[in-house]
Design a binder for this molecule. Structure first.
Ligand SMILES: Nc1ncnc2c1ncn2[C@@H]1O[C@H](COP(=O)(O)OP(=O)(O)OP(=O)(O)O)[C@@H](O)[C@H]1O
Ligand SMILES: [Mg+2]
Length: 232
């Protein structure tokens, strides 16, 4: 579905990615793990065309533009960024609506909204509440809900569990598993390896801007396995 080859990215003179190759199959859930500063967020941003980058990204056979995130998003690739990127003073309802700002089909809009509110009943109870006044977990649900309103084909998630209690994290991951089983392709960036390993079909380990290993989660039986690859 997506293949990035030789993806490099920089911030001024800081090289954050050095020739990364990754691929995501149709309907696949792929995890990208790595320590702080490994370049995980930069990788997702580079796929979107949001950071100064070079290399090639192909999506369903077409080369994606490297510096036009709107064009990338219009192909159905949707990023839920670190920090969630919600419009804090705006209501839950308005944030959801913004996710589908390009959609003209009212029936499809209603269908997507119903689906999101079914997946996340807590959002339904808080439609009029300002996004910024919601709890961390609710905000992550809203960020995911807004992304789903865009009708994604490939969802890029940057540390959805960050700062959340285990129970809420569990709920969110369960929902991701459900969406994936329905056919949605997902790239899940996480620092909490066990969470990602439960869901992922394949795992990339990123360290200092390079892919250092590609693993089958079933082959990873202990933290030592992971650590060996991290520090290899
Ligand atoms: N806006 C920026 N300006 C300068 N350097 C940046 C910027 N954003 C990221 N970097 C640098 O690029 C490298 C990769 O950062 P990135 O945010 O992609 O890492 P990460 O794996 O997502 O880390 P974390 O787990 O902490 O979110 C780091 O060395 C970071 O300092
Ligand atoms: Mg990050």
């Amino acid at each position: 579905m997506l293949a990035a080859t030789g993806l490099s990215a920089r911030y001024g003179h800081i090289h954050a990615l050095h020739g990364v190759d990754i691929r995501i199959g149709e309907g696949e859930l792929v995890a990208v793990l790595g320590p702080n500063g490994a370049g995980k967020s930069t990788l997702l941003r580079a796929i979107m065309g949001l950071s100064a980058n070079s290399g090639e990204v192909r999506f369903r056979g077409d080369v994606l533009p490297r510096s036009d995130a709107v064009a990338v998003a219009s192909r159905g690739i949707v990023l839920v960024p670190e920090g969630r990127g919600l419009f804090a003073p705006m209501s839950v309802s308005d944030n959801l609506e913004l996710g589908a700002y390009r959609l003209r089909d009212k029936a499809e809009f209603a269908r997507r909204r119903d689906r999101v509110l079914t997946l996340f009943p807590r959002l339904k109870e808080r439609l009029g509440q300002a996004a910024g006044s919601m709890s961390g977990g609710e905000q992550q649900m809203l960020a995911l809900g807004r992304a789903l309103m865009a009708g994604p084909k490939l969802l890029l998630l940057d540390e959805p569990s960050l700062g959340l209690a285990p129970r809420v994290t569990g709920e969110i991951l369960e929902t991701l598993g459900l969406l994936n089983r329905e056919g949605l392709a997902i790239v899940l960036v996480e620092q909490k390896a066990p969470l990602a390993l439960e869901l992922a079909a394949r795992v990339y380990l990123l360290s200092l801007g390079r892919i250092v290993a590609e693993l089958d989660p079933r082959d990873i039986t202990s933290h030592d396995d992971l650590a060996r690859h991290y520090f290899a």
